[in-house]
Design a protein around this ligand. Structure first.
Ligand code: GLC
Length: 751
C-alpha cells in the first residue's frame, strides 16, 4: 500500500510541473534551464534504489533508455536524424514495415548552412520538433555539427561547415526551434568526429588551441546560446581517450567551463569502459549491442549496467557519480515531452513542406554563370535533362540520417512541373551508378568483416555506361539547352546493406574525382551543346579542372530535400534568385586541403591534426592557395554594392555597420560577412576569421544598413602556451565582404 501511495504522490506531483510559459521562452533560456524543479528531482532520486538508478543510465532497447515504473518515471525515447525523423525501429534494429512513419525530408545540414539564414535554423528545428513529438520521441539525435576538416568525410552532408562560427550560428537556431516543441536536441558528435574510416577506434591528435578555436566552438554555442538539453559523444578518441568518456572534454570543458546541465548520451556503441564512463561524464550508454549481438541484446551486460552497479557496491566508485547522472536524466525528462505536456505534434503538414522548399531554395549555390542562366522558357523549345541524379531519390539512403520521405520531388519532375507546358523536356540517364572499390577508403570498422555482396562487375558497368553516354549526347545535340544533373550520391552501393558507399555514414571517399564517367559525359555534352548548365549534388565538391572551363553554368545543390527538385527548377528558370553561399571551400583536389597536405587523413590508428587551426579558408586564404570557389562565395542574378562602413565602440562591443544596395534589375539576397584580422599578433593567427554575418533580402534598387555587434570574444585567440583565451591589445582590421576572398570594405580598430 505504501509504495502505491508513494507512486500516487509522485505521479500527482509530476503533473504539477506542466510548464505554462511559452514554448519559445522555454527553449531560449541559457544553458537549457527550462521550468524544472530541482527539489522534485532530489525527492525522486531519494526514493530510488541503486538498481533503479542504474536502470536509467543505459539503453532498454535500440532507441530507448530505462525508466522506473514504480515511481512513474518513463523510458526516454530517442530518434534519428538530423534532417528528418527516421523510420520507426520499435525496440529492435530493423525498420518496421508498413508503419506510418513517413516524414518531412528537409534539405541536409550542409544545405541549411549554405542558406546563411539564421531564421532557417530555428524553423528547421521547429519542423523536426513537431514531427518528433508527433511520433512520440523525446530526443532528436541532431544537429550534426562536426567541422568539415576534409572533403572526403562520408558524413559531411550531415554537418554544417568548415567554420566554427557559421556552425554555431546555424546550430543554435536549430536547437532552439527543436526544443521549443519540448523535444531535446542532441548536437553531435562531441567532438572531432571528422572522418568515418576506423571511426570506432581512431585517435585524433589535436592541440588544445585547435580544440578550442575550431572543434569546440560549435558545441559551445549550441550549449551556451542554444541551451541544448543533451549532447552526443563521439566514437573516436582525442589524444588517447575516448571522447564519450573524456575527462577534459566532459568534466573540465563541457560540464565545467560551459556549465552544461544536460545529458551526455553516448553514440551508439561508443562507450568502451565502465570506470571511465562513470567518472568522466557519460550519462546514458546507448547502442552497445551493435558491437555485440544486436539481434539478441543483453542490456544488463552493458558497461553502465551490472558492471557499473558492482563498482558502486564494491565502493570503488562513489554512488554520487550515478546520482549526478540520474539528476541530469530526470531534468531532461521534465524539460521534454517525456514528463511534461508540450501539446500535440504535427507531421507531414504543408507548412513543414513549405519550410523544406524555402530552405532548399536558399541553400542552392550558383557558382558559375556566364549568362546562360536563368534559362528563358519562352526562348527554349526543347531542354534535355541528362543525368542519373535527375531522377534518383536520396531520402532513405546514407545511414542513420535516413528518412522515409512522404514524397521527394526529383529535378526532372521539378523541371517538368515548372516548364513542361512551355518547353519540351526530354531525358536521358547518361550514366548508371556502380560499385567500384577504387573509389573508397576501405573500411576498418563496423563493416569490414562483412563480405561484399552484389558488387557490380565494374567493367561491365563501365561499358553499359558507354552506351548510356552515347544516347545522352545524341539527345543533347538536338536540344536548345541541356541541364546535366550529377555529382555524388547519398547511399551505399554494393555493401552488405544492399549498397556501397558514396556520401554516407561509416565510409569516407578516397578522392573527389567525378564518379561513373560523368567527367567524360559532361565534356561530350559541352562539345555538342554550348548551352549546358551543370547541377551537382553531394555533401562536398568534386574535381573540376577537366570540365568546369568549358561549362557555361554550374549550380551546387547538395541534397536539397523533398522539395529540392522544385527549387532547382525554379532557380534554373529564374523564378527564384539564388542566394546560397558556400559553407566550405571548394578546392580542386582533396590533396589541396590542409588535412591532407599538412595533417593526416584518414590516418592509421592515430590521425594527426597537424594543420592545427588552419582548416578551410583559414588555411587557403592565409597561404593564398588557389581554390575554385572560396568560403562564403555564391552568385546571384542581380548585383549588390557595399558602402558606408562605420566601426564604432559601444561599451565592450565593436559595432560594425555597413550598407548593402541591390544595384541590379531584380530582387535578391546578399550575405554580409564580417571577418577580423589581427594585424600584429604575438602568435600566428589566420589572415581572417568569420565573426559575424547577416542576410538581407532587397528589391531592385533598395538598400539596407546591416549592423553586426562583435563582443570581445570575437577578437580573442586560445593561447597555445598559456592554454587560455586571451584578448591582445593592438590593431585589428574589420573586413566586410561577401566571401572570404571578396572583402569590399575594411576599417581598422584598435583594442
Ligand atoms: C550512429 C551515428 C549517430 C546516430 C546513432 C543512432 O552510429 O553515429 O549519428 O545518431 O548511431 O543511430
Amino acid at each position: 500500500m505504501k509504495s502505491k501511495l508513494f507512486t500516487f504522490i509522485i505521479l500527482a506531483a509530476s503533473f504539477l510541473f506542466i510548464s505554462c510559459n511559452s514554448d519559445r521562452d522555454r527553449a531560449a533560456t541559457g544553458t537549457g534551464s527550462a521550468e524544472v524543479s530541482e527539489a522534485r528531482i532530489d525527492s525522486l532520486l531519494n526514493l530510488m534504489t541503486l538498481e533503479e538508478k542504474i536502470n536509467l543510465i543505459h539503453a532498454s532497447s535500440s532507441f530507448t533508455s530505462g525508466g522506473v515504473e514504480r515511481l512513474g518515471i518513463p523510458e526516454l525515447v530517442f530518434s534519428d536524424g538530423p534532417h528528418g525523423v527516421r523510420h520507426e525501429h520499435g525496440r529492435g534494429w530493423h525498420a518496421l514495415e508498413n508503419y506510418d512513419d513517413e516524414a518531412t525530408y528537409l534539405p541536409v545540414g550542409i544545405s541549411l548552412a549554405s542558406t546563411w539564414n539564421k531564421d532557417f535554423g530555428y524553423r528547421y528545428g521547429e519542423v523536426l520538433g513537431n514531427e518528433a513529438k508527433e511520433r512520440g520521441k523525446n530526443v532528436l539525435l541532431g544537429p550534426g555539427i562536426n567541422i568539415i576538416r576534409s572533403p572526403l568525410n562520408g558524413r559531411n552532408f550531415e554537418y554544417l561547415s568548415e567554420d566554427p562560427y557559421l556552425t554555431g550560428a546555424m546550430g543554435v537556431g536549430y536547437v532552439q526551434g527543436l526544443q521549443a516543441q519540448g523535444v531535446a536536441a542532441c548536437p553531435k558528435h562531441y567532438a572531432a568526429n571528422n572522418q568515418e574510416t576506423d571511426r570506432h577506434n581512431i585517435d585524433a591528435l589535436i592541440s588544445r588551441r585547435a580544440m578550442h578555436e575550431i572543434y569546440f566552438p560549435g558545441f559551445k554555442a549550441v550549449v551556451r546560446d542554444g541551451g541544448a538539453w543533451s549532447i552526443m559523444g563521439a566514437y573516436n578518441k582525442i589524444n588517447g581517450q575516448y571522447t564519450t568518456h573524456h575527462e577534459y572534454l566532459n568534466n573540465v570543458v563541457l560540464k565545467g567551463e560551459w556549465g552544461f546541465d544536460g545529458v551526455v548520451i553516448s553514440d551508439w556503441a561508443s562507450v568502451k569502459d565502465t570506470r571511465e564512463a562513470l567518472l568522466y561524464g557519460t550519462d546514458i550508454e546507448m547502442g552497445t549491442e551493435l558491437l555485440r549481438d544486436f539481434d539478441n541484446p543483453v542490456y544488463e551486460e552493458f558497461y553502465m549496467a551490472n558492471p557499473a552497479k558492482e563498482m558502486i557496491e564494491s565502493g570503488e566508485i562513489a554512488e554520487s557519480y550515478v546520482d549526478d547522472k540520474v539528476r541530469r536524466i530526470l531534468r531532461l525528462m521534465m524539460r521534454t515531452t517525456a514528463m511534461t505536456d508540450h501539446g500535440e505534434g504535427k507531421r507531414n503538414v504543408e507548412e513543414h513542406q513549405q519550410t523544406a522548399l524555402e530552405i532548399a531554395r536558399e541553400g542552392i549555390v550558383l557558382l558559375k554563370n556566364d549568362g546562360l542562366l536563368p534559362l528563358d522558357r519562352n526562348e527554349i523549345r526543347t531542354v534535355a535533362v541528362i543525368g542519373h541524379n535527375a531522377t534518383r531519390h536520396f531520402a532513405e539512403r546514407g545511414g542513420s540520417s535516413q528518412v522515409r520521405a512522404l514524397y521527394e520531388v526529383t529535378p526532372l519532375e521539378g523541371i517538368q512541373n515548372l516548364v513542361g507546358n512551355d518547353v519540351e523536356v526530354i531525358y536521358a540517364e547518361g550514366y548508371e551508378p556502380y560499385y567500384d572499390e577504387s573509389l573508397f577508403a576501405d573500411i576498418r570498422g563496423d563493416a569490414a568483416s562483412q563480405s561484399r555482396e552484389n558488387v557490380r562487375d565494374v567493367e561491365l558497368a563501365r561499358s553499359a555506361n558507354q552506351q548510356l553516354m552515347q544516347e545522352a549526347v545524341e539527345l543533347a545535340e538536338r536540344a536548345d539547352a541541356v541541364i546535366f544533373v550529377g555529382g555524388w550520391i547519398k547511399g551505399h552501393e554494393g555493401m552488405p546493406w544492399g549498397e556501397g558507399t558514396y556520401d554516407a555514414e561509416a565510409r569516407d571517399k578516397l578522392n573527389l574525382k567525378l564518379i561513373f564517367g560523368q567527367e567524360e559525359l559532361i565534356q561530350q555534352i559541352n562539345a555538342v551543346n554550348s548551352n549546358t548548365a551543370v547541377v551537382l549534388m553531394g555533401g562536398s565538391n568534386v574535381e573540376m579542372d577537366n570540365w568546369l572551363p568549358d561549362t557555361p553554368a554550374y549550380v551546387h545543390a547538395w541534397y536539397p530535400g523533398m522539395e529540392g527538385g522544385r527549387a532547382i527548377a525554379e532557380i534554373l528558370f529564374g523564378d527564384v534568385n539564388p542566394s546560397g553561399k558556400l559553407p566550405m571551400t571548394f578546392a580542386n583536389s582533396h590533396e589541396d586541403y590542409p588535412s591532407h597536405s599538412i595533417g593526416e587523413f584518414p590516418g592509421d590508428g592515430t590521425v594527426d591534426y597537424a594543420e592545427d587551426i588552419y582548416v578551410g579558408y583559414r588555411y587557403f586564404d592565409t597561404h593564398d592557395r588557389p581554390v575554385h570557389f572560396p568560403f562564403g562565395f555564391g552568385l546571384s542574378y542581380t548585383t549588390f554594392e557595399f558602402s558606408d562602413l562605420k566601426v564604432t565602440r559601444e561599451g565592450d562591443k565593436v559595432v560594425v555597420e555597413s550598407t548593402v544596395t541591390n544595384t541590379g534589375e531584380r530582387e535578391g539576397a546578399e550575405v554580409v560577412q564580417v571577418y577580423i584580422h589581427h594585424k600584429n599578433p604575438s602568435v600566428d593567427r589566420p589572415i581572417r576569421e568569420l565573426k559575424g554575418f547577416d542576410k538581407v533580402h532587397l528589391d531592385a534598387g533598395a538598400s539596407a544598413t546591416v549592423k553586426i555587434e562583435l563582443d570581445e570574444s570575437a577578437f580573442m585567440f586560445f593561447h597555445p602556451e598559456q592554454n587560455e583565451w586571451v584578448l591582445e591589445s593592438g590593431a585589428y582590421e574589420i573586413q566586410v565582404g561577401n566571401s572570404s576572398r571578396d572583402i569590399k570594405l575594411n576599417e581598422e580598430v584598435v583594442l
